[in-house]
Design a protein around this ligand. Sequence first.
Ligand SMILES: O=C(O)c1ccccc1N[C@@H]1O[C@H](COP(=O)(O)O)[C@@H](O)[C@H]1O
Length: 203
Amino acid sequence: MSGNVFVKICGLSTAVDVAAAVEAGADAIGFVLTESPRRVSPELARELADAVPESVLTVGVFREEPAEYVRAAVRATGVRAVQLHGNHPAAAFAELSDLGLPLIRATSAAAAAGAGCGDFGEDLLLLDAPVAGAGEPWDWSALGAKPPAGKWVLAGGLSPANVAAAIEAARPWGVDVSSGVEVRRGVKDPALIAEFLQAAKSA
Ligand SMILES: O=C(O)c1ccccc1N[C@@H]1O[C@H](COP(=O)(O)O)[C@@H](O)[C@H]1O
């Protein structure tokens, strides 16, 4: 897909960066609620999420924390979607379905070979590099020839410089970025956020 790709900006931790992403047209904003240099407290995530208009999806990002942890974090922060990284079984998504929120299954493309969105009950499939949040590009071009079925998001090593070519090659429904809009790990740059959105939205 091109022309109106869904764009998620992930790992935000300041009101200035959240405002920059909203202003530049982000469709979703991610708050990391798991171990990471970008982790934010539930209190800060709540404060930042409360400033995001309803038209923009706020997403809590988790790894393999138990369902109870995810539930408590959703309650505390008010995020409107859940992104689970790792090799979760379908049961993990079934266990969270009563939240009534969109569930994003984030996994490495290698682990998900042949996967389609919805296979595990998820609403969105996110295909990432082997190490999430490391800013490492990977060979996403093969996906263009054999894309996963349904709604899927490309992530891993995207940046303002490569996102248009990545969309052209892989034809995802959406893209997600964290490291590529940072000046150093965990520190976002509002100008890079705007550049990324401009490049992705005009691809
Ligand atoms: O960003 C993080 O620190 C992070 C930590 C734990 C799980 C996921 C994380 N981020 C996700 O990683 C990908 C791509 O990141 P990058 O652009 O390569 O840095 C994206 O899905 C983020 O949501």
